[in-house]
Design a binder for this molecule. Sequence first.
Ligand code: SAH
Length: 198
Amino acid sequence: MTWEDAWAEGRTRWDAGAPAPALEGLLAAGALGPATGRRAVVPGCGSGHDVLALARAGFAAVGLDVAPTAGARFAALRAEAGLEGARIVIGDAFAHAPDAPYDVIWDYTFCCALDPAERPRWAALMERLLAPEGVLATLIFPAIHAPSDYQGPPWPLWPDDQRAVLEPLGLQLARLEAVTESHPGREGKEHLALWRRS
Ligand code: SAH
C-alpha cells in the first residue's frame, strides 16, 4: 500500500477540505512574518489547502507530495482558487533540493504520517529546508495516548516528540500552545509550535 494507492482509491480521510484553522490564525495575525517576496513550503501537502492559504496570504508557496494524484487534485483546487503562482513538486520530500531554503515551513500531518523511526530524518529535512532567519511552524497532531497495538498513520505526536529531534539540530521552541480551533474531530488533539534557530 503506497501513498499514491491511497490517493488513487480515494482513501484520504486526512483531507479536511479546507486550510487548517490554526494556519489561518497565524496568517491573519501576521505571525509568520511578511509574505511578500518570501518563500513557504508545505511538505506532504496532499491536495494543498494549506499551500493555497499561504499563497493567498502572499507567500511564494510550494507544496511537496509524493503522490501524483494529490498533485492533480492540487492543480484543480489551484485553478478554482485562481492562485496560479502556487506550486507543487511531486516526489519524495526527503529528496527535495530547492534553489534556496525557505523562510517558512508549515508541517501539518506530514510528521505524523511518517513512521516514528523516521522522525530524526524528518527533523534533518526541516533543518535543511529552513533559511537562517526562517520559521518552522508545526501543527502537532494527534496528541493521543494510543494502545500498544495501535497502528498509524497517523502516529501519536506530542510537542516533546518534536523537541527531542529538533533541539539537537539547533531548532528551539519560540512559541507553543494548545490549539482551540481545529478541523472537526481533531479538537483537543493539536498543539501549535513555532521553531527558530538558536
Ligand atoms: N498535509 C495534508 C496531507 C496529509 S497526509 C493534509 O493535511 O491534508 C500525508 C501526505 O504526505 C500524503 O498526501 C502523502 O502522499 C504525503 N507523503 C508521505 N510521504 C511522503 C514523502 N516521503 N514525500 C512527500 N510526500 C509524502
